[in-house]
Design a binder for this molecule. Structure first.
Ligand code: FAD
Length: 305
């Protein structure tokens, strides 16, 4: 009697043999020398996976303007990776933002992730655009496109942005961003794949045809991820909380569970036709590297300069 299963379940098929999987990685600019070393070790570890691009966030209210620029510049100078610089329009005039756009372009940046950003008072406060500034994400996309012909990615919210009265209003904003020139949307992180596909149906029903790339957050620290999720409107399913239950003081097991949870999520997305993934790395490589390996990605020599 053979012990081989008669039919291999699709989730055990090595995905890269079937379709090309593309990934991108998000980092944040480091505050200290130690954080810089952690970031750079992560970039070096993940670079050989040949991501489509790596993005660098822009701190709330423009607080990391110089550090974002320096990180992007270092990626350009020291690797063969294509960096995407995040930019928000909070608390700044158009002139100030336009200067930042030009400085990115002059440095060689060809991809900007354009965002409205959160109010300076913090998430939950009422957002008021700067009187002389860009009003929202769509307005900023148009501003960038007026200055340079760079690729522009924007945000998307499968579970609705907390400021948005309805999902339809959210999709209206995405349509406005696409009309202004955005060619990719990256989603806020989510844990229930059905929410992503429901959102995708609504977006496609509006004839928005740009890629809506799922943003995947490997849960390195459940407490932190939960607090973050509450602020940005991502729901935490009961099953997810149950999986991390009792592990607050057990980082080793937490890490193993985190890979299992994220692997289950991305493999289900692949089974349902998704080929592009954006990983919120939190500047750590190990979980993301393992998940990419499960997705069938293998190191390529060409990615490191
Ligand atoms: P928009 O797309 O302009 O708006 C988001 C939604 O809010 C819209 O769909 C609209 O329906 C609703 N809305 C907007 N304005 C109003 C209003 N006045 N009244 C009613 N409804 C309104 N933040 C950072 O600070 N730095 C980053 O680098 C960063 N990177 C991000 C990357 C990704 C992929 C994502 C998903 C988010 C990121 N954020 C970042 C967070 C983002 O700045 C916040 O979610 C912010 O609150 C909204 O910015 P946005 O560009 O999505 O806004």
């Amino acid at each position: 009697m053979s012990l081989e299963p008669a039919i291999r379940p699709s989730r055990f098929v090595t995905p890269h043999l079937e379709r090309r999987i593309r990934v991108s990685f998000e980092f944040f600019p480091p505050k200290t020398e130690e954080m810089e070393q952690t970031l750079w070790a992560s970039v070096t570890r993940l670079a050989p996976l040949a991501p489509e691009f790596v993005s660098v966030t822009y701190g709330a209210g423009g607080s990391t303007r110089e550090r974002t620029h320096a990180t992007v510049k270092r990626i350009l100078d020291e690797t063969a990776l294509a960096p995407a610089a995040h930019l928000t329009c909070v608390a700044a005039t158009r002139d100030e933002i336009d200067k930042v756009i030009r400085s990115y372009v002059d440095a060689g940046v060809r991809h900007i992730v354009a965002l409205r950003g959160d109010p300076v008072e913090g998430v939950g406060a009422r957002y008021a655009p700067h009187p002389g500034g860009y009003r929202n994400g769509a307005d900023l996309v148009a501003g960038i496109k007026r200055i340079a012909s760079v690729e522009v990615s924007v945000s998307a919210y499968p579970e609705k942005h907390p400021d948005s009265p309805t999902v339809e209003a959210d999709v209206d904003m995405l349509a406005a961003k696409v009309d202004a020139g955005a060619s990719r949307a990256i989603t806020q992180f989510f844990f229930e794949n059905d929410l992503y596909f429901r959102y995708l149906d609504r977006v496609r029903a509006r004839d928005i045809d740009i890629p809506i790339v799922p943003g995947i957050l490997p849960v390195q620290n459940f407490k932190q991820a939960k607090a973050f999720a509450v602020r940005c409107g991502t729901s935490i399913p009961g099953w997810l909380a149950a999986r991390f239950d009792g592990l607050d003081d057990d980082p080793t097991t937490r890490k193993l569970i985190a890979v299992a949870v994220a692997a289950e999520q991305v493999i289900d997305l692949v089974d349902r036709g998704v080929t592009d993934f954006h990983f919120y790395t939190m500047n750590r490589a190990d979980l993301v590297y393992a998940i990419c390996h499960l997705l069938g990605l293998r190191p390529e020599v060409r990615a490191v300069a």
